[in-house]
Design a protein around this ligand. Structure first.
Ligand code: 4GX
Length: 413
């Protein structure tokens, strides 16, 4: 595979590519790296590559002609990438795709940027290496080159080492150890010297999930396998008591058909263990059970494995908590002032915490004007309210429930 770096500072690029994995791959001829300097495509005495911006403003802009000539010389043909803070973020997935291509041209801007017409005319893709500002595209080009080159077949010794690692599986790396077995008071975890390969693999996986949960809950939230595993032990409860009415009194709200149906279907869609309708009123529970039976017969005659058996009723939150063993109970609220002493969690943080445990998760959705928090013990955290553009949350409980489930368990882009 070939890389051509278009830069007015080739001396910044060259030394970084002489050593290590990339240096060896160049020596072996597995990859080829060249640089092209736009300054060599100028015709004035001062070899000018920059000029003042039209419309005014600070700094300088890279001129179009030398850059276009350099890119044209570099690309015969090639996929042309501009490094820019305005590009799409580089990901391991994109690096893997780029490693399939025969030739990448990496265009490095300096100053305030480059004439926009160069992008229109001669750039196929803009890439950013992160949301911070560099003094030029060269270090970003080196990052792209390094991350792509090591995925080119033959560059890394062992073909397994590129897949096994961080990000390939959507998780951060497990911790590594080498001799000596004891470093001061710190010993190598005994399991790694046990010789039990299955146990070592399981331990490493658990460590990788724990590390990801702690450092990058956002990454873990995109990890489909984790989301599925947590969803499968998550219970959703629609709480009709104790809830507030509009005046702040604690009441028992009435069952509504829409809430039974819509939340049951959301729960099924996101693969939850069960959906529970919680009301102390026996006739209301009977009504809920009746509605579910009708629906079961009506909509899903061939009901795979009794999917709707996953809609259940409970007399109280306490009864449900007892039935589930010791679940992690999570409250939800549209208001910032309910459950005032409990920690708030974003959906990604909750998923990350739950991934580290094996206990069931019970998410409480309040009907009426919300859960009567003073009367609900055993809650471990509160999911932060859904923030819309207006200052008041007008969502129906079934809408809020669907949004929360999607934020917790939905597949991301
Ligand atoms: N990930 N910079 C590029 C100049 C520039 C601006 C606009 C082209 C268009 C960066 C990043 C980055 C700073 C490199 C501005 N060139 N590049 N440079 N972050 O911050 O890629």
């Amino acid at each position: 595979m070939k890389f051509t770096v278009v830069t007015i500072l080739p001396e910044l690029i060259e030394p970084a590519l002489a050593a290590g994995v990339v240096g060896r791959a160049r020596e072996a001829g597995t990859i080829e790296v060249a640089t092209i300097n736009p300054r060599d495509f100028t015709s004035d005495r001062h070899r000018t590559v920059d000029d003042t911006p039209y419309g005014g403003g600070p700094g300088m802009v890279m001129k179009a002609e030398p850059l276009l000539a350099a890119i044209a010389t570099a690309s015969q043909p090639a996929h042309r990438i501009l490094l820019s803070p305005a590009g799409r973020p580089l990901t391991q997935a994109r690096a893997r795709e780029l490693a399939q291509l025969p030739h990448l041209v990496l265009v490095c801007g300096r100053y305030e940027g480059i004439d926009e017409r160069v992008i229109d005319e001669a750039i196929d893709e803009e890439l950013s290496i992160g949301d911070y500002v560099l003094s030029g595209g060269e270090l970003a080009a080196l990052v792209v080159l390094d991350s792509v080159a090591r995925l080119v077949p033959g560059v890394l010794g062992e073909p397994a080492s590129a897949d096994d690692e961080s990000h390939a599986a959507g998780l951060l790396e497990y911790p590594q150890y080498t001799r000596p077995p004891r470093l001061g008071a710190r010993e190598v975890p005994a399991i790694l010297t046990s010789g039990n390969h299955a146990a070592i693999a399981a331990w490493r996986r658990q460590q990788a999930i724990a590390k990801t949960a702690r450092q990058r809950p956002d990454l873990l939230a995109r990890h489909a396998e984790t989301a599925r595993a947590v969803a499968a032990r998550t219970h959703l409860a629609l709480v009709h008591h104790p809830v507030f009415d509009r005046t702040g009194s604690v009441v028992t709200s009435a069952l509504t058909n829409f809430d039974i149906h819509d939340l049951a279907r959301s729960a099924l869609t996101y693969g939850l263990a069960a959906y529970h309708i919680v009301t102390p009123i026996t006739s209301q529970r009977e009504k809920a059970e009746h509605v579910v039976k009708l629906w079961q017969a009506d909509l899903l005659p061939s009901s795979r494995g009794g999917a709707l058996a996953r809609v259940r009723t409970a007399e109280s939150i306490a009864a449900l908590v007892a039935e589930l063993g010791s679940p992690r109970v999570v409250a939800t609220s549209a208001r910032h002032d309910s459950f005032p002493n409990l920690p708030r969690r974003t959906p990604a943080e909750l998923l990350a915490e739950a991934a580290l445990e094996s206990t069931p998760v019970l998410i409480l959705l309040g009907t009426g004007h919300g859960l009567a928090h003073e009367l609900i013990p055993d809650v471990s955290c509160v999911l932060a309210p859904i923030e819309g553009a207006s200052d008041w949350n007008h969502l129906a409980v079934r809408s809020a429930g669907a949004i929360l489930l999607d934020r917790l368990f939905g597949a991301r882009g």
